[in-house]
Design a protein around this ligand. Structure first.
Ligand code: COA
Ligand code: MG
Length: 293
């Protein structure tokens, strides 16, 4: 699965931001057709994205498009107007039922056949951000093999359930936890909600919220401004100390295994299989980030 530490959003009708985002070296960029675009500008935004996919060099960044919800009048046109430029995937907001994912997936299959593209080469990422989406997580997570990630959306969820957002986010913690649990149960990535403050004074809060997502098992976090990208990608990239420690732990474990011992102490802490698996995950994250380990 490709690495998605930071996913930078920009309005799909803003060519300048698309070009700026494409030059940043961010893992994924998401050109938006939903809430970042005014109703009367959806057609222009579709055309802007189509042209950008043809003309802009995105480097190693994944090219994603957020369409309008499957319950809206816009999403079919969103796909029809952009799919023939072969984006890497679509982000589907406000997903509430597995059949919504299946329907979009079957359209993508038709486009893939038409162009002789590899089946499944256009990915789907679902945003869980309504009460119904959270309640139906199991059905959604198991709906279609094209689904590669679940994204947690805190702001829409709060409005869906009548919660009031607070700095600690306990009002959405159940859903944030449930999304990561379902993503991992069904072999997908989990991607965390964007941090919406752009104030310098809130930078430490952005770091803390991103670290908490990492600690919970999230693989990445959405971003809404270029200045958030490095902060987020850094948090999701293991440090050289963490890599060295993980290697030491795995090597010590292999040595003990050969000697017939399963559990042992290293630096005053017990080590057995769960810690070894966690260390292997750190090394896998490092490799995915392009670090030789
Ligand atoms: N992607 C790419 N470039 C961006 C960007 C983004 N998300 N946000 C800002 N930039 C660029 C601006 O174009 C500007 O570059 P320029 O001066 O060369 O034109 C530079 O970064 C600094 O931007 P700044 O002045 O700090 O922000 P702004 O006032 O222009 O825009 C927002 C603020 C919030 C409107 C903008 O960050 C944005 O559009 N974010 C994404 C919103 C979105 O897509 N929401 C839907 C999903 S939640
Ligand atoms: Mg939303």
């Amino acid at each position: 699965m490709r690495i998605r530490r930071a996913l930078l959003f920009m309005p799909g009708d803003d060519r300048r931001k698309i070009e700026k985002g494409a030059a940043l070296g961010v893992d994924s960029i998401i050109m938006d057709l939903e809430d970042g675009v005014a109703f009367n500008n959806k057609p222009a935004a579709r055309a802007t994205i189509f042209a950008a996919l043809r003309e802009v060099s995105f480097g190693r960044s994944e090219k994603l498009i957020r369409i309008n919800p499957a319950s809206s009048e816009f999403y079919e046109d969103d796909i029809n107007a952009t799919v023939h430029a072969h984006p890497d995937g679509y982000v589907v907001p406000k997903v509430e039922h597995g059949r919504q994912v299946q329907e979009i997936s079957s359209w993508l299959l038709t486009a893939e056949h038409k162009h002789d593209w590899e089946e499944g080469s256009i990915a789907l990422l679902a945003i869980i951000e309504t009460a119904m989406g959270v309640v139906n997580l199991r059905e959604i997570a198991s709906s279609d093999p094209r689904l590669t990630a679940l994204i947690f959306g805190a702001e829409d969820l709060a409005s869906s359930i009548g919660a009031i957002r607070t700095p600690d986010g306990w009002e959405v913690f159940y859903a944030r936890s449930k999304v990561v649990m379902h993503a991992k149960a069904f072999g997908m990535q989990a991607l965390d909600t964007p941090f919406v403050s752009l104030a310098e004074a809130d930078n430490d809060h952005l770091i803390a919220e991103t670290e908490q997502a990492l600690y919970m098992g999230y693989d990445g976090k959405l971003a809404i401004h270029p200045k958030q990208v490095d902060v987020i990608q850094r948090v999701f990239t293991p440090t050289s100390e963490q890599i060295a420690q993980a290697k030491r732990l795995v090597e010590a474990h292999e040595q003990r295994q050969r000697g017939g011992t399963g559990v042992f102490a290293l630096d005053g802490r017990m080590v057995d299989m769960p810690m070894v698996r966690a260390a292997e995950k750190v090394l896998a994250r490092a490799r995915a980030a392009g670090i030789a380990v």
